[in-house]
Design a protein around this ligand. Structure first.
Ligand code: 3EB
Length: 331
């Protein structure tokens, strides 16, 4: 039985559907906080909507009945097959040590709870292209702490790094969420149009980012945050329409039969199969142009959420993620 996601307005109680249970929710709105809702499940709130009025929730549902726990700086929910963990780190002068500390504790928790594989992660980094107390870019400061924690958890290999999103917020401090599975075998995938992020050259920072371009689990494909990067370089500087098209070209190739079969995955998808897409746009006044491109290429049948945040490189104007569901999800 698979894990699934859908969107609901933030003001409404998260609904689970027939024979399913809410594992956890992520609220995209105007505040940062980690709580348990009246229903009992954890909710991570991150500030990034365009206006206060259009807050929404991403609702994760599972087949089993979840157990829920809220601690000081993290919360988790699990049903025996899937585990959700979220964490919140307040604003700091330097992030490498506290990010390393929190991520290491959480990865140890994933192991302790006996979920073998992290298959998707989101990293919400406030003031992402700002500068920390030592003069280092906050994204690079974050990336370094995360790399140290993954090294502790996985060793020096890259084959188990999960699909991820790394994105700004409208606040300060860092939040994350992750999904892990018990008994499943996720496969982490790359995109032949792009350099693996963990092989980015040193000019982007002292440590390369720890993530894969996508993860496939039970024939569902989790597409990482994707931007207008070819090889390792940003393309179409200053051109929002071209950056949006290039980003979608990257996703289209990532999910294509050509890219998947080359990595031993017997599947092939199209952009129009992308569900629960989230589109992160640096400049709010670019959203109409981004929306026009996305509606044309993703199709009219899918609800696309637009968020207004900085992306991790100064020259990136847009980042897009989503999920291509497997057969069971669509039932
Ligand atoms: C990129 O392709 C754009 O640091 O977790 C995308 C997805 C990006 C995840 C991360 C960063 C991250 O490099 C940025």
């Amino acid at each position: 039985m698979s894990i699934r996601a859908h969107f609901t307005p933030a003001g409404e109680t998260a609904r689970s559907g027939h024979d399913r249970h809410v594992l956890a929710t992520v609220t995209y709105g105007d505040t940062a906080r980690l709580t348990r809702t009246a229903q009992g499940h954890p909710d991570l709130a991150v500030p990034m909507t365009v206006t206060g009025g259009d807050a929404f929730r991403e609702v994760w549902t599972v087949a089993g009945r979840p157990r829920w726990t809220l601690r000081e700086d993290h919360a988790y929910a699990h049903d025996g097959q899937y585990l959700f963990v979220a964490g919140l780190l307040p604003e700091q002068g330097v992030y490498t040590p506290p990010v390393r500390g929190l991520y290491e504790r959480v990865f140890a928790l994933v192991n302790h709870l006996d979920y073998q594989h992290i298959f998707r992660m989101w990293n919400f980094v406030g003031d992402i292209i700002g500068t920390n107390a030592d003069g280092m870019e906050i994204y690079q400061d974050f990336v370094q702490g995360r790399a140290q924690a993954f090294h502790t958890y996985l060793g020096s290999g890259t084959a188990q790094l999960p699909a991820a999103t790394g994105i700004g917020t409208q606040g300060r401090g860092i939040a994350f969420s992750l999904l892990a599975v018990r008994g499943g075998t996720p496969r982490h995938l790359e995109n032949s149009r792009q350099t693996a992020a963990y092989h980015y050259p040193g000019r982007y920072g002292p440590k390369p980012p720890s993530f894969a371009r996508a993860t496939v689990l039970d024939d569902t494909l989790y597409v990482s945050g994707t931007a207008s990067i070819v090889g390792h370089e940003t393309v179409h500087h200053g051109d929002i329409r071209r950056q949006t098209h290039e980003t979608l070209d990257n996703i289209a190739h990532l999910v294509s039969r050509e890219n998947l079969t080359a990595q031993g995955v017997d599947a092939g998808h199209e952009l129009k199969n992308l569900r629960v897409p989230k589109v992160y746009v640096r400049h709010a006044n670019d959203i109409p142009a981004v929306r026009a491109v996305c509606e044309e290429r993703l199709g009219a049948g899918v609800e696309v959420k637009y968020l207004n945040v900085a992306v991790c490189r100064r020259d990136l104007l847009v980042e897009i993620e989503g999920i291509v569901p497997g057969r069971e999800w669509e039932r």
